[in-house]
Design a protein. Sequence first.
Lengths: 206, 447
Amino acid sequence: MKQLTEKSKKICTILIALIIIAGVIVTIVFGFNKELQYEQTQSIDIYIEQEVDASKIKDICNEVLKRTNMVQVVEIYEDMVEIRAKNITEEEKNDIVNKVKENYEFEQTAENTTIDTIPETRIRDMFKKYVIPFAIAELLIIAYMLIKYHKDGILKTLAKTIYVPVIGELLLLSIISITRIPVGRFTPIMVILMYILTIFIIDKKE
Amino acid sequence: MKKVKTITIILAILLITLVAFGGVYIKTKNRMENKVKDYTLGRELIGGRVIEIKVEDEQSADILNEENYEIVKATIEKRLNNLNAQDYTISLNKENGAIRVELLENQDADNYAYYLVASGKVELKEKDTENQLLDDSMVQKATYTYSTNVSGTSQAYLNLKLTKEGQAKIAEVSQTYAVLGTEIDEIEAAKSGEENSENTETTDTTDTTDTTNTTEENTAEPKKISVLTIGEDEYDIHEIDKNIIKVKIGGAASDSSTLNNNVAKAAELAMLINSGKYPVEYDYNNNRYEYSNISTNELLYFAIAVLIILVIIFVVLCIKYRVYGLLCSISCIGFISLLSLILRYTNVLISIEGIGAILLVIAINLKFEQLILSKVQKTNLVNEAVKSTYKEVSLKMIPIAILSIIFCLSGWANLSSFGMVMFWGLILIAVYNVIVTKTLLKLKENK
């Protein structure tokens, strides 16, 4: 039984190492796949002059663009929409405006609708505010772990409290990179939960 | 009696659940209105302010480059940090310099928007000729302060600390120019007095020669008037002390609200000067509210999915631990309802991280209850089971408590949301289970 556990531990370690290596390679070659709202996109604004049903516009955009797109209702009266996609051609723009016109009556025409470029948000700009609080929390947790488990050896506890969360986060980021899960609004909570999970693992093992 | 107590607790849980998830509707102005406070949602869930600024036309092509655009972006970030903006993203179009800033919509959003393009240019110039006497390259740093005199009126000041070059320049300028507000007032008062006397001369022909002579003597070497501008506005210099120019912000205030406004204005000006100036002039392109692209339906589907998972867990608890499991499930429903009310009434901002924290708190509470149940099943002693579970879990919660407190204090909305939810959640787990869960289980134990 003990042999089996040792064997499964080894397999687990090799598997984690492989995933991390693959993740690093994928990240170097392709980078992370960002959520559309953080990518450089093209957008069109349509002023519909009446309260708009975003799902209806979304259906039209899906039909015309046939790729990932984003529809956002603009202004408090909800009478304008912003449509974003990686790129929008003149033809697609005209199609969208004309199709929206079939559903709503408004003045704006396809001709006077412009295609704008929305700049990308860099990954470091998205997450740099998380770094310092995380670092402070990690330092305090290390201090707590050292006090709690000082009998097991300070260096051993210190190493464990550092490398287990690091490996955990690397594994998570590698999975995100390999599976092309978009990096964006949901990434920080995944990172936080992974961190808590690794801390639980260390605490349980010790 | 115990049965009555159990039913009373269950009814109380049911009532809290109804209030939390159904609401309390009272007729107000001929329509039914939910009196239970709504959640405060974060930018990703409800939407936020989107401000786009673009490079002003007719500027020298030499300054329109990526390096300068990056400086502007960094300056914007500094300004937002100094203004304590808690949630924003900035993106830059390196080709045309356009900058898009997404902000949390709150009472400060307009203020933040104003400071995205506001100029912090400090200039001392001759009033009549607009001749520049001192510029912001000679200002090292700005701070703000206020003082109160014996009569109880207070005055806010902006202190401009000068560089060595600035000190030399202001000493030189003071020789020929009236710099202080009091000096300028005196000269202007003398001038207007002079004009008045000239007017009198034209009507009174007898004293003409004498009056002219006197006036010439008084205005033999008049100082020229200078004016200090910060951004678009003019300010009075109160005093110059060695390397510091003390600038009056607003008038003398006798009430605290006027003083607070003046001090806030001085603080904002100091922030504007310290954050640096833009090498390229910018102007607004767009300033509007954009709703989130996460729809209410998507949130509803997510809530339904969580509900289904919870129901499955409750069924498993009921099968495994029978009546104890059922009581713990009912207690957990009360816990979730109470948590939802606490989060609303403590004004916790719910972001995606906050939702994650809610799920984590529910999971911790379920694990806590499962530990109690497994111990009760083994020993059939509720008190002992609860005590040993508290002992076991409390030490394990310390790292999470550390993380939550640090996140609460981070000053970043999304992290604070996670921290605050965890903070209230952990407190509720500690208090609720000892009061409600333990009581429910004890009532069953003694039957």
